[in-house]
Ligand binder design. Structure first.
Ligand code: 2IT
Length: 444
């Protein structure tokens, strides 16, 4: 690493001690955009990168609520409004016990570049809480969501900041959050995305992250003169994102042989198809956060406490959470002859794993691969503004165009000889648009 980057990172770490995930996300971007940054004296003079790593605003708040036993519980809520240079803050809410400021800052930072890549006018933001939904009743989840929104509602709005779902926040939670916002503000607006289709949600939003990821993988494979048909895939997680990925791979004639949970992974040599895909939704609805019941239901193999990356496949798709695939996993995948790894989770691979896979195989980062989710959120905002809904086909066609555009951007900024460096392509492509917009808008 060059000394200027080392100095930049040291200054950042001194100002944000302990925020290791945030440092990891910033370092990856800074390393890849540094040459572009250096080549443009206007960026340097305006301290664009220094401003980009400082969120425009961070809100942290108390979320008190009463559980079913009548006891008071207290969680912590957050909204990181990272960058509004190209549009209102936009990004999901994560409810998970691991949530802390570092994780939400990394996610908000990444979201800024991802949203820029989508071609739609959305800034970057992220929020959430350390709330653990495991074992909670539906009423408890509702009361928690209502308390969370009572405070969050002061900070968001359809032209200010538009949250959506992420891990632990799906259609049910968005419903409770939306109901409370509407009640407090007496306004029916597109303040959240991922809404139910009866009340302003977009068709294809639940599928969008997974479908978009597979469209992106198709373009990556085409670049290598290959196709999804006939390939085997390992997928991690079993939530909304993994579900959309499995559905689309099946449609295109590929075979998914793994899904996973915090308890271990499933290996289903027959492929996860038909009713097994619907069963993923049932598993998620139980709120138990374990994948092992799949093995009992369908007679597949369950490997406790392990990750799916030890299995031989053509393409690996991490779809669960950050840093779920490390250097050891990457070495194992490469030794087993993997042809491609595409992150569907945000920063699903450690920096070492991402570096190794970029060198030895074909690798693409989450901010490009998973951008279909927020892209369809952007399309939901457009439909809400028009007070109109597009058909499934209209939304899906737009999603396909957007994923192709993102892939083209990665190739434009990342092609080196025969290979595409997707990390470089996505970071530079996302960065330039935000940086130029910040320059246009002066020192704010
Ligand atoms: O990581 C992501 O892009 C999301 N969780 C979706 C964000 C959104 O606003 O739809």
């Amino acid at each position: 690493m060059n000394t200027e980057i080392i100095e930049f990172m040291e200054a950042l770490k001194a100002r944000t001690p302990g925020e290791s995930e945030f440092h990891q996300a910033v370092e990856e971007v800074v390393e890849t955009v540094w040459d572009v940054y250096n080549a443009n004296p206007r960026y340097k003079k305006a301290k664009i990168l220094e401003r980009m790593v400082e969120p425009e605003r961070v809100v942290m708040f108390r979320v008190p609520w009463v559980n079913d036993r009548g006891e008071v519980e207290i969680n912590r809520g957050y909204r990181v409004e990272f960058n509004s240079a190209i549009g209102p803050y936009k990004g999901g809410l994560r409810f998970h016990p691991s949530v802390n400021l570092s994780i939400l800052k990394f996610l908000g930072f990444e979201q800024t570049f991802k949203n820029s890549l989508t071609t739609l006018p959305m800034g970057g933001g992220k929020g959430g809480s350390d709330f653990n939904a495991k074992g909670r009743s539906d009423n408890e989840i509702m009361r928690f969501c209502q308390s969370f929104m009572t405070e969050l509602s002061r900070h968001i709005g359809p032209n200010t900041d538009v949250p959506a779902g992420d891990i632990g926040v799906g259609g049910r939670e968005i419903g409770y959050l939306f109901g409370q916002y509407k009640r407090i503000r007496n306004e029916f607006t597109g303040v959240l995305t991922g809404k139910g289709t009866n009340w302003g949600g977009s068709l294809i939003r639940p599928e969008a992250t997974g479908f978009g990821a597979v469209y992106f993988v198709e373009h990556m494979l085409h670049e290598m003169k290959k196709e999804v048909k006939g390939m085997t895939f390992s997928v991690s997680g079993f939530g909304n994102v993994a579900w959309g990925v499995v559905k689309k791979i099946n449609e295109l004639g590929g075979k998914v042989v793994t899904i996973s949970g915090p308890d271990g992974y499933i290996y289903d040599a027959e492929g996860i198809t038909g009713e097994k895909v619907d069963y993923m939704l049932e598993l998620r609805a139980t709120n138990n956060d374990i994948v092992s019941p799949y093995a009992e239901e369908f007679g597949a193999e369950f490997v406790a406490g392990k990750k799916p990356w030890e299995r031989k496949v053509d393409v690996a798709l991490p779809c669960a959470c950050e840093n779920e695939l490390n250097e050891e996993d990457a070495k194992q995948l490469i030794a087993n002859g993997v042809q491609m790894v595409a992150e569907v989770s945000n920063m699903g691979c450690t920096a070492e794993a991402a570096f190794l896979m970029t060198e030895k195989t074909v690798f693409a980062p989450g901010k490009a691969v998973n951008a279909g989710g927020v892209a369809v959120s952007g399309l939901e905002m457009s439909q809400n503004s028009m007070r109109y809904s597009w058909t499934e086909k209209e939304v899906d066609d737009r999603l396909r165009i957007i994923m192709k555009d993102i892939h083209d951007t990665c190739v434009r900024y990342g092609k080196k000889g025969e290979k595409v460096n997707y990390i470089q392509g996505a970071n530079v492509g996302g960065f330039v648009k935000v940086a130029d917009s910040m320059l246009d808008q002066g020192v704010v």
